[in-house]
Write a protein of this length. Structure first.
Length: 286
């Protein structure tokens, strides 16, 4: 690729970042910094939704609060959400990124539903994958994936800036894995090196397309790709974590929720496990 060629990331025209203020103690959102730097790298428009979770009298656990107490907390959360949006707008202006912000105040589950609906209008959505209260972060990621039809980048804490030099594609030969790799093509083409990782012994691999057969497809797009088969150490998620650390991966591409949501709930699953702890941001598609 010559120096005059546009970056493969230039096909990304709009990036959506969603964050929710749940408590009066503001928690830093890594997704905002990551989304901002990604939008700058791609020359894309940035939209930040900083929502506050307003209290609802219908919630049984709120029985100890009177109306005035709930209204006061709602105002504080709303002020925090607006402050986050204003700060994001200021940082975007400094970085030369065109940015739109909104700070809706919504009850649960509307705060999750609105974000999932809005995500349909953008190329991709960037969300936090932290230890949010009541697992709101993970529920938001799951609902957005299932209802938006768009990929999601789940950003662990302390990953405040986008980088994509070294990327792992978690490959089990499934339709979800193929969808994720295809959706991630701009990132794969821009990366210095991409590693397709197949976890040896995974049941799905016996009836699926091997990583070695998928690699030529990526190579035809100019992706610098290698393929490795690794034995299971602990479980599949732990094996992928270890491989990502050894590879110094900047991103992991993953076909999300390969099983039904009910089975994922009862039996865990690679996606759920990685969302609880990943050494790199996760590019997820379903």
């Amino acid at each position: 690729m010559s120096k005059s060629s546009p970056s493969p990331l230039a096909v990304i025209r709009d990036v959506f970042v969603g964050t929710t203020i749940e408590t009066e103690r503001e928690q830093r959102s890594s997704a905002i910094g990551y989304g901002l730097t990604l939008a700058k790298a791609a020359g894309a428009h940035l939209t930040v939704q900083s929502a506050s979770w307003c209290l609802s009298g219908d919630e049984a656990w709120l029985g100890t609060f009177d109306d005035d107490g709930m209204a006061l907390i709602d105002r504080r959360l709303d002020d925090l959400a607006r402050a986050v949006a204003d700060r994001a707008a200021g940082e975007a202006a400094q970085a030369g990124v065109v940015c739109t912000t909104e700070a809706p105040s919504l009850p649960y589950p509307d705060v999750v539903g609105r974000l999932a609906f809005q995500a349909r209008l953008f190329d991709l959505t960037v969300l936090d994958a932290g230890l949010g209260t009541y697992d709101l972060d993970r529920e938001t990621i799951q609902k957005t994936l299932f209802e938006s039809g768009r990929p999601v980048i789940a950003v662990p804490p302390e990953h405040d800036a986008f980088t994509g030099r070294r990327i792992i594609v978690a490959w089990d030969g499934s339709a979800q894995a193929a969808r994720a790799a295809n959706d991630a093509l701009p990132f794969l083409r821009a990366a210095h090196v991409v590693e397709i990782v197949s976890v040896a012994g995974t049941e799905a691999l016996h009836t699926s397309v091997p990583g070695a057969e998928f690699a030529p497809h990526l190579a035809r797009y100019g992706v610098n790709v290698t393929v490795v088969d690794v034995p299971v150490v602990g479980d599949v998620a732990e094996t992928l974590r270890n491989q990502a650390k050894m590879f110094h991966a900047d991103m992991m591409v993953l076909g999300a929720y390969g099983h039904s949501r009910l089975r994922e709930f009862f039996f865990g699953g690679v996606t759920r496990s990685l969302l609880r702890g990943s050494p790199a941001p996760l590019f997820l598609a379903h």
